[in-house]
Design a binder for this molecule. Structure first.
Ligand SMILES: O=c1ccn([C@@H]2O[C@H](COP(=O)(O)OP(=O)(O)O[C@H]3O[C@H](CO)[C@@H](O)[C@H](O)[C@H]3O)[C@@H](O)[C@H]2O)c(=O)[nH]1
Length: 142
C-alpha cells in the first residue's frame, strides 16, 4: 500500500509487482490488508480484555479481515479510489515471500468481540484522501 500510494502521488514511476506466477487467481500474491482504524480498534479491544480478565497470562490474537486480496486487485482498487493510473512492472518473486496469507479471525471475534468493519474500498478511499493531501508524509518534501 505505501508503494502504490507513492506511485499515485507521482513519487515513484511505477509499482514493482513481486511475483506474477503464483498459483492465485491473477498470479500475484495474496495478503490480508486491514484499515488502520480497524487495527487500532482491535488493539483497544485487546487492552480492554487485558484489563478486565484476571490471570489472562499471554494470549495471541490475529487482527485481520480474514479476507485475502491480491497485489493486482489492490492496484485496481486504488486506481478506482484515486482516479489515477498505477503503472505496474511485473518482477520476479521476492525470496521468502508466501503465496497467500490471511488471518483466522474467529478467536478475536469470539473473545475480544472485535471484527474488522472496513473493506478494501474504504481502505483505498481513506488512504488516498490522506496521501493526496500529504504526498510527502508528515515531514513534507525534503
Ligand atoms: O513494492 C512492492 C511491495 C510489496 N509487494 C507485494 O505486496 C505484498 C505485501 O508485501 P509487504 O507489505 O512487504 O508484506 P508481507 O510480504 O506480507 O510481509 C510483511 O508481513 C510479514 C508477516 O507479518 C512479516 O514477516 C514481514 O516482515 C512484513 O514485511 C507481497 O506479496 C509483496 O511481494 C509488491 O508487489 N511490491
Amino acid at each position: 500500500m505505501p508503494y502504490i500510494q507513492q506511485v499515485a502521488v507521482g513519487r515513484l514511476p511505477e509499482l514493482n509487482v513481486y511475483g506474477h506466477d503464483y498459483p492465485t487467481r491473477d498470479g500475484s500474491a495474496i495478503r490480508d490488508y486491514i484499515h488502520v482504524m480497524d487495527l487500532a480498534d482491535g488493539h483497544i479491544a485487546a487492552l480492554r480484555k487485558l484489563f478486565t480478565t484476571e490471570n489472562i497470562g499471554c494470549t495471541a490474537y490475529n487482527l485481520g479481515t480474514g479476507r485475502g486480496t491480491s497485489v493486482l486487485e489492490m492496484v485496481t482498487a486504488f486506481e478506482k479510489a484515486s482516479g489515477k493510473k498505477i503503472p505496474v512492472k511485473l518482477c520476479p518473486r521476492r525470496p521468502g515471500d508466501a503465496t497467500e496469507v490471511y488471518a483466522s479471525t474467529e478467536k478475536a471475534e469470539k473473545e475480544l468481540s472485535w471484527k474488522a468493519k472496513y473493506g478494501v474500498e474504504e481502505m483505498c478511499r481513506d488512504q488516498w484522501n490522506w496521501a493526496k493531501n500529504n504526498p510527502w508524509g508528515y515531514s513534507g518534501k525534503p
